[in-house]
Design a protein around this ligand. Structure first.
Ligand SMILES: C[S@@+](CC[C@H](N)C(=O)[O-])C[C@H]1O[C@@H](n2cnc3c(N)ncnc32)[C@H](O)[C@@H]1O
Length: 398
């Protein structure tokens, strides 16, 4: 995808609670989007070049063997001015995304909150729990440099962090996720309909829903299902609930709860449990608890589906190193540790036993007439945000 063919930020579906962007705001958001694409398509290939031509030969000369792992490559690349330049620019586009997004939102936050409140008013499908502690994996770090992470509130009924996340995601993904940033959820819904035609879940659970980008398409695909979407972050849930209503989706109950303890729900009470882009933001301490809860909550014959970036196992070490950038420079401390886990073993230990962990590749499903054709070789690939994910499927024995 070249900058000439990039859609404008205005191609996003401007739903009712989304912040309105002025001409200048749109120009800023588009500039940053183009800068990101320029970095990943024009500047980033040079990182591989300096690795192949300078850094790798130096490692081989010093050690007598090929680079062994991503850590060895990283410590050598950190000193190279080309890598430093690319890395600093990438970090800056992220910081700027949040500055711009937050600025746009703060100018109109009272209007946004009023709209969100009106849509949420009197609804019994939004369950907040003021006493729920924010777990450390969310509370101790502003994930991907997002001020206030997903949960910070600055005044009653605040939704600043959520509204800013909604308008800023495009800058990082350059439209790869489609008009409602839901290309991943759309792809899962399509896969389930086509590949599992007899599967009609009555109850669906989504853990770590944030503002509901990827659970809304599943709720639409299974309109008779009762859908429960949980997250620990109040502002995100308020916004998610209002956004779903604004999109005419009424079968989702948004609940403030911790995925590590969902004891409010009975054993075997869900036929489908999904997470999307969630596991890499959980810690080594929390992930086993979440997987154990998933095993307990899944009905016999039910399925759990995690949409994630691929695991490092079997991946060339240079690609692992590139994907690991987020771990060190994008406030994503769990990214690398999660992607190097033996997921099959962890799933087995959580109660599923030695059951094969199915993996399927999914390409973000978007309106191609606006956003162009998505493919694995898209030039927007910047190691970690390509429109191609792995979905890990775990069926619970019937
Ligand atoms: C990357 S976002 C997930 C994105 C979202 N699933 C989507 O498809 O757009 C991670 C979310 O997980 C939530 N989260 C992290 N740990 C959690 C936990 N233990 N229980 C529930 N939610 C959690 C965070 O608050 C955040 O909203």
């Amino acid at each position: 995808m070249s900058n000439e063919t990039l859609p404008s930020w205005l191609a996003l579906t401007q739903h009712e609670v989304m912040a309105k962007a002025s001409h200048d705001d749109v120009a800023r958001l588009n500039f940053l989007t183009h800068l990101n694409v320029h970095l990943s398509s024009q500047i980033l290939p040079g990182v591989r070049e300096v690795y192949e031509q300078e850094v790798k030969p130096a490692i081989i000369e010093a050690t007598g063997s090929e680079p062994q792992d991503r850590h060895q490559i990283r410590s050598a690349m950190l000193d190279h001015p080309y890598y430093q330049f690319w890395s600093a620019l990438r970090r800056n586009t992220m910081e700027m995304r949040h500055q711009v997004g937050r600025g746009v939102v703060l100018e109109q936050i009272e209007d946004i909150v009023a709209k969100v409140d009106a849509l949420n008013q009197g609804a019994d499908t939004l369950e907040l729990d003021d006493a729920l502690p924010i777990p450390d994996n969310v509370g101790l770090v502003d994930i991907h440099c997002q001020p206030g992470c997903y949960y910070e509130e600055y005044f009653p009924n605040d939704v600043t962090v959520a509204a800013s996340y909604d308008i800023g995601l495009f800058v990082t993904t350059a439209g790869l996720l489609g008009g409602l940033s839901d290309g991943g959820g759309q792809a899962i819904a399509k896969w389930l309909k086509e590949q599992q035609p007899g599967f009609a879940p009555k109850r669906i659970l989504d853990i770590g829903c944030t503002i509901g980008h990827n659970i809304v398409p599943l709720a639409e695909a299974f309109p008779d299902a009762e859908v429960i979407a949980v997250d620990v972050a109040r502002p995100s849930l308020r916004y998610a609930h209002a956004r779903a209503k604004a999109l005419g989706v009424n079968n989702i109950r948004f609940v403030q709860a911790n995925g590590e303890d969902l004891s409010r729900y009975a054993d075997g009470s869900f036929d489908l449990i999904s997470t999307s882009m969630f596991l890499h933001e959980t810690s080594h301490q929390s992930m086993p608890n979440i997987l154990a809860e998933i095993h307990r909550l899944l009905a016999p014959g039910g399925v759990c589906l995690h949409l994630e970036q691929p695991q490092y196992d079997g991946m060339p070490v240079f690609e692992q190193f590139m994907r690991d950038w987020d771990t060190y420079f994008n406030n994503e401390p769990y990214w690398g540790p999660m992607h190097e886990l033996d997921l099959a073993q962890m799933v087995a230990d959580s109660g599923f036993g030695a059951q094969p962990l199915e993996q399927i590749g999914l390409v973000s499903l978007v309106d191609e007439s606006i956003f162009g054709k998505r493919s694995a070789g898209d030039a927007g690939e910047d190691y970690g945000r390509a429109p191609v994910w792995n979905a890990f499927l775990i069926w619970k024995a019937a």
